[in-house]
Design a binder for this molecule. Structure first.
Ligand code: NAD
Length: 253
């Protein structure tokens, strides 16, 4: 039976690449985004693939009621739900002392409260339907290793990893696995805005593979983690980062 996949932030970047990868696997896919025009355009584009079954929804992941309704509607449309991906996120590059309480709260509203709403409502829907499955959180390497100017972003991603791991422990007896994906730098509209020239150069110097990743390289891990081939992988935070998190001294000569 084909998988029934729900992805947030699916109108752009990594979420869109994930949607495309699942469609290529023959899955039914619901795309959710707060940008109604772009999510509908993404749906229309993906629907061109032969045999594709794709739905689009507009909601804000920071709003719990909107997410509960959207997930229930997605499960009805797809006649089930066995993969839920909390991917939507926003960035902020600001020194600690210049991070306002309002900006901190805005980043956490999407990157951690939004993740909670997604996997909480998703898991409840899956359990109510008696379906086993896989939940994924798209976190970041900045949730594994603190970086400068990431007070709001990095702390939200560290919290998202911890939340995925708490859920992994609690939901395992119900047949649900929960894992976090931790991308390094990936070429998407988010990094176009978030990474200035010096930041880009710093990543390219410090990533042992000396390049940004592609959205497709992150999507491939999502497809694997959601598949039966990953049936004993639970509660992990897996970096897809060209080796950045494990690199020690790398003198540039
Ligand atoms: P992107 O900006 O290209 O796409 C993010 C999508 O999420 C957009 O379509 C946006 O409209 C949507 N979105 C934002 N806030 C939303 C909300 N409140 N409700 C619903 N949808 C919302 O970004 P991306 O680079 O593809 O990032 C996707 C995820 O990957 C994010 O969680 C990001 O933090 C994470 N990530 C990205 C990188 C990278 O280098 N690009 C690295 C590590 C982690």
């Amino acid at each position: 039976m084909s998988q029934q996949v729900f992805i947030t932030g699916a109108a752009s970047g990594i979420g869109l690449a994930m949607a495309s990868a699942f469609v290529a696997e023959g899955a039914k896919v619901t795309l959710l985004d707060r940008d109604s025009d772009r999510v509908e355009a993404a749906r229309a584009d993906l629907a061109k693939e032969a045999g594709a079954a794709v739905w689009a929804m507009t909601a804000d992941v920071a709003e719990a009621a909107e997410m509960t309704q959207a997930i229930a509607a997605a499960a009805r449309a797809m006649e089930g739900l066995d993969v839920v991906i909390a991917n939507a996120g926003i960035g902020l590059t600001k020194p600690f002392l210049e991070t306002t309480p309002e900006a901190f709260a805005a980043v956490h509203a999407v990157n951690i409260r939004g993740v909670f709403h997604t996997i909480w409502a998703g898991a409840r829907e899956m359990i109510a339907r008696g379906q086993a499955g896989s939940l994924l959180v798209n976190a970041s390497v900045t949730g594994l290793r603190p970086s400068t100017e990431r007070a709001a972003y990095g702390s939200s991603k560290a919290a998202a990893i911890n939340l995925a791991q708490v859920a992994a422990i609690e939901l395992a007896p119900q047949g649900l696995r929960v894992n976090a994906i931790c991308p390094g730098p990936v070429a998407t509209p988010l990094t176009e805005v978030m990474h200035d020239g010096p930041t880009r150069q710093e990543w390219e110097t410090r990533v042992p593979m000396q390049r940004y990743g592609t959205p497709e390289e992150i999507a491939d891990l999502a497809v694997f983690l959601a598949s039966p081939r990953a049936s004993y992988i639970n509660g992990q935070a897996i970096a897809v980062d060209g080796g950045w998190t494990i690199a020690g001294l790398m003198p540039q000569r």
